[in-house]
Design a protein around this ligand. Structure first.
Ligand code: MTE
Ligand code: LUZ
Ligand code: MOS
Length: 762
């Protein structure tokens, strides 16, 4: 039963240090280097900009400002409101104002320090509720409604209210933002960019320069991590490199230093939310009302889409018959918040889990009793009108409860707490239910281009970007399986706008689903032609009985002498087309934003985690002892890759809830501006025990070979750690209030545990 999957197909390049990233390509002659001059203030009117001193520096070739942009100085997919270079005003610290081009990176960096900016300071807003009260919102506020909350309150035995403050998160991709732009003959450009969204990069640069899209070729080999941070924002840096290359007619490379990347790029949205929840005495949730104030930062970016996903995931894995969900995107003077793993889902799920915690504590029940009673059953409705289709949520819960013996965990922890004073343990169950599809229906499309060469080797290009998630390994596995040939024959090409047009971003966990399905459709075309050829060679006409397996033509279940290699060569001699392009669009999707009702998701991915922690109540520090997961993968295309995604997502989720303390001060300055004060999980922080069990045989017709998307959902298992630590805190100080503020850093834990003493001292 134990499967052995192929290792990642590019692992060998990584191990040997051969893997190519943007700035690993051989240097073109005469290449120049760009650096960014950015706003030092979070809000202001630009009065003057002096670049002479920078220009005078030896080795500096040019300094470009907004005035050097030939056509459009705007970027942004949904609302195109973000300037490529700020002209009249600045809205956040780190906002690009000028791009300096020099003969070396160091000189370009140095010259940025010589630019003088005259600025009239304006009012700075950093809190979303403050922005909201001043009418600073992006898009329109939205409300989802199911049932009748106002009537339902009177039927509740208990109603509790509360609020949550939820921190943002730095992507901390290993590879910072970067791009290399190369002028080609005529008015053409080739741009290598670390982007999850080659088409957006192409379009933005074309519009900036007043060129047709076909004049801009964008090529992406792989990213050193994206995590959403390169879904929208990579465009900005590619546009700056392209502007410089266009103006100088020389290749230009722009690589952000880590500190510039931290300061200049947007992060996960912080949220500030209010909840009100009503339940019966037995813990059945009857009504839920929530208001989310999203901190969008200074420009729209993807905030309205992120907000939409918050609306969709506000009830997480629970059926709540009466719900009213309000969400608004608030404009502040922080870098534009952007996509990050989970895309607004995690924030909304944290709020409902907080509400459930408060209910459980008030009723004197365990959290998991409430959670279990309200788990979504197949056929029940989400507040957006879609029906829960799968039974895998309940199955993962039951399997987690049984396999990991939840009752025994509870007993063991209670026993421990009764016998220990200065350390306490806590645990939490965290069920997840994440919708799979871009919530903007039109984005759910993809293409693939497959070539078979006459030696039987195969080249596959898709619109998907490899960012470490294992896309290429999965696409190769899918192609090899569909063709019935060995994995070593498949090569996955770079993602390139000349081979695939009009791509959606590689995001929303659907890259393999969409591009894998397109690959299957392309291969089906080639196979159909090859079967005709094989039928001729075998002298048979019942083509439905022909297949290819193990690199041989199989007829009626029996292997023939016809080999794959022979077929490829013979096809060429017989003038049979060995190439195909195919297009896939997810069927059955639709959402009506007027009615806030519809079927936005192809399917949901579900799972259940149990998180256990030990808290040192004298010091506030904690250890995550174990995370035990039952996760629904469908029928995995590559379990090894998927385990990596579950573990990686979990690590990021645990970090978000605990030690990743993203802080801006009231001036809009990033305080956590280096890796000494922005901590991410390392091998020591991670749980000693991570058990992952996959739900068996829950196939899925909307992704290749019954697989399921895996990229984002496991992130949300991390939310459980907050409630496990909270439980341990309450075991030490049963009467403590304990706010729903994340991240729950050791400092915060300590302050909460001793808040009475701190009050007395003050
Ligand atoms: N895993 C790695 N190693 N690196 C990444 O950048 N991004 C995550 C997830 N897993 C990411 C990752 C995010 S935010 C998404 S949406 C998905 O991968 C994107 O890839 P997929 O659609 O192929 O799952
Ligand atoms: N990006 C996007 C996403 O544009 N729409 C989405 O629904 C989404 N979901 C998750 C991550 N990125
Ligand atoms: Mo992921 S946030 O969809 O890039």
């Amino acid at each position: 039963m134990k499967r052995i999957d192929a290792k990642r197909i590019d692992a060998i390049y990584h191990v040997r240090g051969e893997a190519e990233y943007v700035d690993d390509l051989p240097l073109p002659a005469e290449m120049l280097y760009a650096a960014v001059f950015a706003s030092p203030v979070a809000h202001g009117k630009i009065l003057s900009l002096e670049i002479q001193d920078a220009l005078a520096l030896e080795g500096i070739v040019a300094v470009f400002t907004a005035d050097d942009i030939p056509e459009s100085n705007q970027w942004g997919t949904i609302i195109t409101d973000c300037p490529i270079l700020a002209k009249d005003e600045v809205q956040y610290i780190g906002q690009p104002i000028a791009v300096v081009v020099g003969q070396t990176k160091a000189i370009a960096q140095k010259a940025t320090k010589l630019i003088r900016l005259g600025v009239e300071k304006l009012l700075i807003i950093v809190e979303p509720r403050e922005a909201f009260s001043q009418g600073q919102i992006i898009g329109t506020p939205r409300t989802f409604v199911l049932g009748d909350v106002d009537r339902a309150w009177s039927q509740c035995d208990l109603i509790v209210e509360g609020s949550c403050e939820i921190g943002g998160q730095e992507h901390l991709y290993l590879e910072t933002q970067r791009s290399r732009a190369i002028p080609l003959e005529g008015n053409n450009l080739r741009v290598y960019s670390a982007t999850q969204n080659p088409t957006l990069t192409q379009k933005t640069i074309a519009q900036m320069l007043g060129l047709p899209c076909h004049a801009v070729e964008v090529d992406v080999k792989r990213l050193g991590g994206g995590f959403g941070g390169k879904e929208e924002q990579a465009t900005h840096w590619a546009a700056l490199a392209a502007l410089a290359a266009w103006q100088t007619r020389k290749p230009v490379e722009l690589v952000l230093s880590r500190s510039d990347d931290l300061m200049m790029t947007g992060k996960r949205h912080p949220y500030s939310s209010d909840f009100k929840i009503g339940v019966t005495r037995e813990g059945k949730i009857l009504a839920y009302e929530v208001k989310h104030y999203q901190n969008a930062g200074a420009y729209a970016d993807l905030s309205t889409a992120v907000l939409e996903r918050s609306l969709f995931h506000s009830t997480n894995a629970y059926f709540i018959p009466n719900a009213r969900i309000f969400a608004v995107s608030c404009r502040t003077n922080l870098p534009p918040s952007t996509a990050m793993r989970g895309f607004g889902g995690p924030q909304a799920m944290f709020v409902i889990e907080s509400a459930i915690a408060k209910v459980a504590e008030t009723l004197g029940m365990t959290r998991e009793e409430i959670q279990r009673k309200n788990l979504l059953q197949p056929g029940e409705l989400f507040p957006y009108g879609q029906e829960m289709q799968t039974n895998s949520l309940g199955r993962t819960w039951l399997e987690a409860e049984e396999t990991y013996n939840l009752a025994a965990i509870g007993d063991r922890i209670n026993h421990y707490n009764a016998n220990h004073f200065e350390t306490k343990k806590g645990y939490a169950v965290m069920p997840i239910c994440f919708g799979i599809s871009f919530t903007a229906t039109f984005l759910n499309q993809a293409s693939a281009l497959v070539h078979v060469y006459t030696d039987g080797s195969v080249s596959v290009t898709t619109g998907g970007v490899e960012m470490g998630q294992g896309l290429n390994t999965k696409i190769a596995a899918i192609a090899a399986k569909a063709l019935g040939i060995g994995l070593q024959r498949i090569k996955i090409e770079s993602t390139n706008t000349t081979r695939i047009a009009n791509m959606s971003a590689s995001a929303a966990s659907v890259t393999t689903d969409l591009n894998g399905n397109a690959t299957l459709l392309a291969i089906a075309q080639i196979l159909e032609r090859l079967k005709v050829l094989a039928g001729k060679e075998l002298g048979v006409s019942d083509l439905e009985n022909i297949e290819i397996a193990n690199e041989k033509v199989v007829y009626g279940g029996k292997e023939t002498d016809l080999t794959w290699e022979h077929l490829a060569k013979a096809a060429n001699l017989a003038r049979v087309n060995l190439s195909a392009h195919a297009f896939y669009a997810t069927p059955g999707l639709g959402f009506d934003r007027e009615l806030e009702h519809g079927h936005p998701f192809a399917y949901h991915v579900c799972g259940t985690a149990i998180v256990e922690v030990t808290l040192d109540c004298l010091r506030g520090i904690y250890e995550i002892d174990a995370v035990k997961i039952v996760h629904d993968l469908g029928r995995s295309v590559n379990e090894l890759v998927d385990i990596g995604q579950v573990e990686g997502g979990l690590a990021q989720g645990l970090g978000w809830m605990t030690i990743e303390d993203l802080q801006f001060n009231e001036k809009g300055e990033l305080v956590s501006n280096n890796l000494a004060n922005y901590k991410i999980p390392d091998i020591y922080f991670m749980p000693d025990i991570i058990d992952i069990k996959f739900l068996e045989n829950d196939g899925n017709s909307l992704a290749p070979y019954g697989s399921k998307a895996v990229g984002e959902p496991p992130f949300m298992y991390g939310i459980g750690v907050f409630f496990a630590i909270r439980q341990a805190m309450k075991a030490f100080q049963p009467k403590m209030e304990c706010a729903f503020i994340s991240p729950l850093t050791p400092e915060r834990v300590l302050c909460e545990l001793y808040s009475d003493e701190l009050h007395e001292m003050a």
